[in-house]
Design a binder for this molecule. Sequence first.
Ligand SMILES: NC(=O)c1ccc[n+]([C@@H]2O[C@H](COP(=O)([O-])OP(=O)(O)OC[C@H]3O[C@@H](n4cnc5c(N)ncnc54)[C@H](OP(=O)(O)O)[C@@H]3O)[C@@H](O)[C@H]2O)c1
Length: 236
Amino acid sequence: MGSLRDGYRAAVIGATGAIGGAVANHLAADPRCAEVRRFGRRPVAGETPLDVTDEASIAAAAEDVGEIHLLFIATGGLIVGEHRPEKALSQLNAEALQAQFALNAVGPALALKHFHRSLPRGERSLVGALSARVGSIGDNGLGGWYGYRAAKAALNQYMRAASVEIARSRKQAALAALHPATVESDLSKPFRPAGAGDPVIFTPAQSAEALLHVLDGLSSEQSGGFWAYDGSAIPW
Ligand SMILES: NC(=O)c1ccc[n+]([C@@H]2O[C@H](COP(=O)([O-])OP(=O)(O)OC[C@H]3O[C@@H](n4cnc5c(N)ncnc54)[C@H](OP(=O)(O)O)[C@@H]3O)[C@@H](O)[C@H]2O)c1
C-alpha cells in the first residue's frame, strides 16, 4: 500500500472469510506493512473474538488495537440463519429482514463507531467495507433479494455519513464502500454464476489485490464513494 506510511498497521474484521482472509494475507505480504490484526467471530491468531452483531465484542476488540492506518471490514452474509434471499414480496419476513440489516448494515456501522478512533489524525488512512453492487438502488434492474440489497444500501449510507464526519478530524482519511466482484466463496457458491453481472469470477486473492489497489488510489476528496473492484464508480 504505497499511499500509506512505511510501517503502517492494518486491521481486518471478518478475517476468517474468503475475501477478508485474502485481504489480510495480501497486507501481511506487503513489506511496508508492520502488522495486520485479524478479527473474526471465532478467535483468530489469539485475538479477541469479534461478532458484529454484539457491540460489546466490537468494543472489546477495538480497545487494544492501537493505531491503525488501514481498516478493512469484510464481514457479511447473503443467507442469514435459514433465511435465503427473497425472490418475491410474498417471501418477505420481518425477522429475516432485520437479521440482514443487523449483519450487513448495523454491524459494520458499529465497527466504524469503535475502530475509527484508532485512525491517525495527522496521517493518511484508509477504510474499506465490503458492500455489493446489488446494494445500488440506481443499478437495480432485476429486483428480488430485498433484505440483502436494502442492508447493503444502508451500509453505503453509513459509510458516506461516516466519511463526512471523519474528514473533520482526519483530513487525510479515505473511506470506501466496495463491490468485490463475484468471488469464489461459501457466500457466493449457491448463486454463481449469476453473480451481479460481473464478467468474470475472481478468486479471493484476485479480489483482494484489486480492492486494495482501488483503496490505495483514492484521494481524501473521493472519500465516501461506492467503488467496484476495477475502480469504476457505482451509482448509489
Ligand atoms: N463473494 C461474492 O461474490 C461477493 C459479492 C458481493 C459482495 N460480497 C460481500 O463480501 C463480503 C465477504 O464475502 P465473502 O464472499 O468473503 O464471504 P464469506 O467467505 O462467507 O465471509 C463472510 C465473513 O463474514 C463473517 N461473519 C458473518 N457473520 C458474522 C458476524 N455476526 N460477526 C462477525 N463476522 C461475521 C464470517 O465469519 P465466519 O467465518 O465466522 O462465518 C466471514 O469471516 C460480504 O459482505 C459479502 O456481502 C461478496
